[in-house]
Design a protein around this ligand. Structure first.
Ligand SMILES: [Zn+2]
Length: 264
C-alpha cells in the first residue's frame, strides 16, 4: 500500500481464530448478512502482527509489535492464537531489527507489544518505543503487558493525545478500547490513510453503528469513538486498516442511500 510517498506493509506474526459470536450479543442470524467477514467455517480470523511504515528520509516505523512467540487458547477458550513469525516476516521484507527507528504502539494490549522484547532482551536495539502516556499508566499492573515492556521501559517515550509524531505520521487520540488508544494517521501530499489499532477488530463494526467492540476498557466510549471514526471516513477515499483485519488488508467505507458497505 502506498500513501503518497509513504510505503505501508503488513508484518505478520500469526493468527487468532475465534467463533463469530465472540462479539457479545451476536448470533448466527445477526451474522447472516455479514458472512463476507467470516472464513469458510463461519469463524473470525484475526491477523496478529504490525505495520511497517517506510518514511522517505530513512525512518522505518513499526506500528504495533504482534503477540510474540507464544500460542494458546483465546477468548475464554473458544478460540486459538499462535504467533512468532514477526521477525521472519520482517527479514522477508529485507528489514533487520536494528533497522527499525521507531516502534509505535496503538495501545498496550499484549497482542500488540509481543516483540518489544524477547526472553528479557530488547528486540529492536536502535528504536525509540512510543505510546500514549495514559496507556503506560493504565497497564502498569498488567503482568502480561509489563513483562514484555519492562526491558524497554527506559527507552519508552510517551505522547499525550493527538499530535504529530514524525513527518508523515500523526497521532489521533481514540480512547475507549484502552484509555490511550490511538489511531495512526499517515499522510503524504494530499494522500491520507489510517491505521486503526483496535478501535475496530472487524470491518462490520464500521458498517453498523450498533455493533459493539471487543475487549474494551470503556465500551460506551469505545463505541462513540468508533462511530465518530465511521462518520469521518464514510464515503471518502481514505484507506483504513486495523491491526486484526484478515490479511491486514486496507479497505474503504462506502456510503450510498444511507447504507454503508466495506470494500477492499
Ligand atoms: Zn488486539
Amino acid at each position: 500500500m502506498k500513501i503518497g510517498d509513504l510505503v505501508v506493509e503488513p508484518v505478520f506474526d500469526g493468527v487468532m481464530n475465534v467463533p463469530a459470536t465472540a462479539f457479545k450479543g451476536t448470533t448466527d442470524d445477526v451474522w447472516a448478512p455479514h458472512r463476507q467477514f467470516l472464513d469458510a467455517d463461519g469463524r473470525l480470523e484475526f491477523a496478529l502482527g504490525g505495520f511497517l511504515v517506510r518514511v522517505p528520509g530513512g525512518r522505518l516505523v513499526l506500528v504495533d509489535a504482534g503477540i510474540g512467540a507464544r500460542s494458546g487458547p483465546a477468548m475464554s477458550g473458544s478460540g486459538q492464537f499462535s504467533g512468532g513469525e514477526l521477525l521472519n516476516s520482517l527479514a522477508k521484507q529485507q528489514v533487520q531489527p536494528g533497522d527499525i527507528t521507531d516502534v509505535v504502539f496503538t495501545h498496550l494490549h499484549f497482542d500488540h507489544v509481543g516483540w518489544a522484547s524477547h526472553e528479557g532482551a530488547i528486540v529492536f536495539p536502535n528504536a525509540t518505543y512510543r505510546c500514549d502516556g495514559r496507556d503506560w499508566a493504565h497497564f502498569q499492573g498488567n503482568e502480561r503487558t509489563m513483562s514484555t515492556l519492562a526491558p524497554i521501559a527506559d527507552r519508552l517515550v510517551t505522547w499525550d493525545g493527538s499530535g504529530p509524531l514524525v513527518p508523515g505520521v500523526d497521532l489521533m487520540s481514540a480512547p475507549g478500547h484502552t484509555p490511550g488508544s490511538t489511531i495512526i494517521v499517515l499522510s503524504s501530499g494530499t494522500a491520507r490513510g489510517l491505521l486503526l489499532g483496535d478501535v475496530v477488530h472487524c470491518p462490520v463494526e464500521l458498517v453498523d453503528d450498533e455493533w459493539a467492540g471487543l475487549g474494551d476498557v470503556d465500551p460506551e466510549l469505545a463505541k462513540r469513538t468508533k462511530n465518530a471514526l465511521a462518520r469521518e471516513i464514510e464515503g471518502t477515499d481514505t484507506p483504513v486498516a486495523a491491526a486484526h483485519f484478515p490479511g491486514m488488508v486496507f479497505g474503504r467505507l462506502l456510503s450510498a442511500n444511507g447504507q454503508r458497505s466495506w470494500v477492499v
